[in-house]
Design a protein around this ligand. Structure first.
Ligand SMILES: [Fe+2]
Length: 376
């Protein structure tokens, strides 16, 4: 029987790398019961340009807006928003926000992060429009995380086919975060109650990325190894592949194909169909569809070999270098850009981009490398 995806090679007898030499302590406190990734709060430098991108081109629905902020949601959403565009001087991420099951879970979040020694602030309802009381933290990795339960309900537009366009974005699917030490981040996120669904490793035990979920999809967020903390992308779902192809055609027709950074394509990891766009500030947005159900407690973890060139694109197309190197800064709770910590372990780009002889389409084939490696 074929291995599909290919397993990583057998590890060295003695792992050369301690997978988590600097662990974040596991709190004794019970973590908050997180339902799902709910919205991202991003700072943009030109609100009109961002509105054109997110509303006029991508078709996200405006719940509410004023001269400084725009609150956007997807077609199947019933909570107030999935994305906040906030006008400011530096393009960055102000919050990765998760919905929790009950108001008591806000107390649990306070206890959990206080025990970790993190900066924790309660924000009263209305601090963010449409959102009730929330807890914002600077998490151990330096990311601004938010938890909330109470929220204003708005019309779920799922049946409003009079409003649907062929490229309709129907759900917020996930966040993706850049952090230097993936095993450290992974262990902390598991303490927070996340389950890992897939990861990318090499034969030396280096982890390059990990995907983790609360809802029953491949992920609510992923940890991508690199200089961080930074935000790699925020992803919205369409129902089907052809909806993503429509978005590509529309961008071409508008002579805005330069907004496409990577794709369209089929991921190996997650098995989803994808497209990566860059907004006017360079915030990366993924359009994503058709991953798989992960809700059983014994859902198998899929581990990919970093040298398998089908892991990031199932058709073997190379990843553009900017996708590995560029990401958005994140803010602390005062609105200042968080300092960057450099990744010490090998970078995924360095070990896989280009015809370096270390990547393969068929395991054991060291002569061909990337199918399209010479194009880089
Ligand atoms: Fe993604």
């Amino acid at each position: 029987m074929n291995h599909n995806p290919s397993p990583i090679p057998e590890p060295h007898a003695t792992p050369r790398i301690n997978p988590n030499p600097n662990p974040i302590p596991t709190p004794a406190a019970t973590p908050p019961d997180i339902l799902r990734c709910a919205y991202m709060d991003i700072v943009v430098t030109d609100l009109a340009a961002s509105r054109e991108f997110y509303v006029d081109i991508l078709g996200l629905v405006v719940t509410e807006e004023n001269e400084n902020e725009i609150y956007l949601r997807s077609f199947e959403e019933f909570i107030h928003h999935n994305l906040v565009l906030r006008k400011g001087p530096v393009a960055a991420v102000a919050a990765f926000s998760y919905r929790v099951r009950s108001p008591e879970d806000l107390d649990r979040a306070v206890e959990f992060y206080t025990e970790l020694g993190c900066r924790v602030e309660r924000r009263p309802g209305g601090f963010t429009r449409g959102i009730g009381d929330s807890v914002r933290v600077e998490d151990p990795l330096g990311f601004p995380y938010e938890f909330f339960h109470d929220v204003e309900h708005v019309e779920r537009l799922a049946w409003r086919y009079d409003l649907y366009g062929p490229g309709a974005l129907v759900r917020l699917d996930h966040f993706n975060q850049v952090t230097p030490d993936v095993p450290r981040a992974r262990a902390y996120m598991e303490d927070l109650g996340f389950r890992v669904t897939e990861d990318i490793k090499d034969e030396d035990g280096v982890t390059y990325a990990a995907w983790m979920r609360r809802k029953s999809t491949v992920h609510d967020t992923a940890m991508t190894g690199g200089n961080g903390p930074r935000m790699h992308h925020v992803a919205f779902s369409t129902h089907e592949k052809h909806n993503i192809l429509y978005i590509c055609d529309k961008l071409g027709a508008l002579r805005k194909s330069d907004l496409i950074e990577r794709g369209p394509g089929r991921h190996g990891v997650s098995n989803a169909f994808y497209l990566y766009l860059l907004d006017p500030d360079g915030h990366r947005v993924e359009i994503y569809t058709q991953d798989y159900y992960t809700g059983d407690p014994d859902n198998p973890v899929v581990t990919w070999d970093v040298h398998d060139n089908q892991r990031r694109d199932w058709w073997g197309n190379p990843v553009v270098p900017s996708w590995y190197t560029e990401a958005s800064p994140v803010l602390d709770l005062d609105g200042n850009v968080q300092p960057i910590v450099i990744r010490e372990e090998p970078s995924e780009m360095a070990v896989t981009v280009g015809a370096d002889g270390f990547s393969y389409t068929r395991e054991g084939d060291v002569t061909k490398g990337f199918k399209l490696g010479d194009t880089l």
